[in-house]
Design a protein around this ligand. Structure first.
Ligand SMILES: [Fe+2]
Ligand SMILES: [Fe+2]
Length: 150
């Protein structure tokens, strides 16, 4: 059984990795949006920018959880970004990123659930916020699937 301080430290570390994934996702979406050209590009560009603004909200949520609820310093780092040029490749590379994020955030969520009693003053907030972010990422997967025609 982990101590309350121990589990908070572990969760802060994971949420900082999540924060770095959000930095990566936002910058990648914005950079890719600038690469799209042509008469059919506008709706895709708009969607990528909308998703990027969701990722920015997630950054804020994770920073706040790390700093205010888990008493650690929010990361300023960024996970490795991936290049892509044509529309299909851009959508695929970001779809893979969304799935990677969901897989990892579910691990964080699971850890929160398993440590409910040790997180006496943090549990409901962590559970709510992380679940909310996962739901947003699932929406992103669905939107990218639609754009890809999957
Ligand atoms: Fe996100
Ligand atoms: Fe996302």
């Amino acid at each position: 059984m982990s101590s309350s301080a121990g589990i908070k430290k572990e969760l802060a570390k994971m949420l900082n990795q999540a924060l770095e994934l959000e930095h990566q996702a936002r910058i990648q979406y914005l950079a890719h949006a600038e690469l799209l050209k042509g008469i059919n590009a506008e709706p895709v560009i708009e969607r990528l920018k909308e998703i990027a603004s969701d990722e920015q909200k997630h950054e804020g949520i994770f920073r706040n959880l790390v700093a205010s609820y888990l008493d650690e310093e929010p990361s300023m780092g960024i996970a490795p970004t991936h290049k892509a040029k044509d529309t299909k490749k851009i959508l695929e590379v970001n779809l893979a990123g969304e799935k990677e994020a969901i897989d990892f955030y579910k691990k964080i969520y699971q850890k929160v659930i398993e440590n409910r009693t040790a997180l006496q003053y943090e549990f409901e907030t962590l559970e709510h916020e992380i679940r909310h972010v996962i739901i947003d990422e699932q929406e992103h997967v669905t939107e990218l699937n639609v754009l890809l025609g999957i």
